[in-house]
Design a protein around this ligand. Structure first.
Ligand code: HEC
Length: 229
């Protein structure tokens, strides 16, 4: 009885393996002929080939950006374009340093290729304006150059701001300040900052109004004085 069972199982297994094997080899031969084509194609363009855009002129690209009113949806920090009115896409100076020209070309002519989740429209695609039937190739070249040339505007090395002391933590050489907007650097917020020398904290207590100078690169307070009220 048990032997019979074992034999049945063995038979089924052998049969299964055989069937699987024959489908596999059928698939393999199909794939083989496909890879044969790919193999031939590979010999037709240089190894490591990549699509490249001609260099283009960023300044002309800026004019293209204006012409197509890309600023309707995109802020470009440091530029004088009108501020986006509705449904904005990402701010663009952040992106310049991160991508090659060709990435921007693709963003413009094939925006659906890659859409960050939070920007996806109802159908999962991009909400970008379609310009493919209007933009000339030269415009596209220059626009790509412009987008790739964007850099976040340089911050002033140091800025002065006003705020109220929330806490003083001498052992960390730190002070927590609720400050107003520091234009171009950060919004109004409560934040802890290191001070350059511990002696700067002397005489400061929570509730004091202060004026302070911040090194924007190091996020370090280099000077802080109590404001007499
Ligand atoms: C109707 C609003 C709208 C207009 C107009 C628009 N965009 Fe966009 N754009 C978006 C949105 C939304 C995204 C983010 C979704 C995506 O990646 O497609 C985006 C993304 C981008 C990106 C970044 C893509 C990425 O992968 O991060 C670039 C670059 C860009 N747009 C350039 C342009 C240029 C150049 C124009 C003008 C020709 C333009 N956009 C016009 C809405 C718009």
């Amino acid at each position: 009885m048990i032997l019979q069972l074992i034999i049945t199982i063995l038979f089924t297994w052998v049969a299964l393996v055989f069937v699987e094997d024959s489908t596999l080899s059928a698939q393999k031969s199909a794939a083989g002929s496909k890879s044969g084509i790919a193999g031939t194609m590979a010999t037709h363009h240089p190894k490591g080939w990549q699509f490249t855009m001609p260099r283009g002129e960023p300044l002309k690209g800026r004019a293209v950006f204006e012409k197509y009113e890309c600023y309707d949806c995109h802020e470009v920090r440091g530029e004088s374009f009108p501020y986006p009115t509705s449904d904005p896409g990402p701010e663009l100076t952040q992106m310049g340093p991160l991508h090659p020209r060709e990435y921007f070309t693709e963003s413009v002519i094939h925006p659906d290729a890659w859409v960050e989740k939070k920007y996806r429209s109802g159908n999962g695609g991009s909400k970008m304006l379609d310009v493919n039937d209007r933009m000339t190739v030269q415009e596209l070249v220059d626009l790509s150059a412009y987008l790739a040339s964007l850099r976040p505007p340089k911050l002033a090395k140091s800025v002065t701001a006003v705020g109220k002391v929330v806490a003083v933590i001498p052992q960390n050489r730190e002070i927590v300040i609720a400050h107003e907007e520091i234009k171009g650097v950060m919004d109004a917020m409560t934040m802890g900052y290191k001070v350059s020398t511990a002696s700067q904290l002397a005489g400061l207590t929570a509730g004091d109004s202060v004026t302070f100078t911040l090194d924007t690169e190091k996020r370090l307070i280099v000077k802080i004085v109590k404001v007499k009220e």
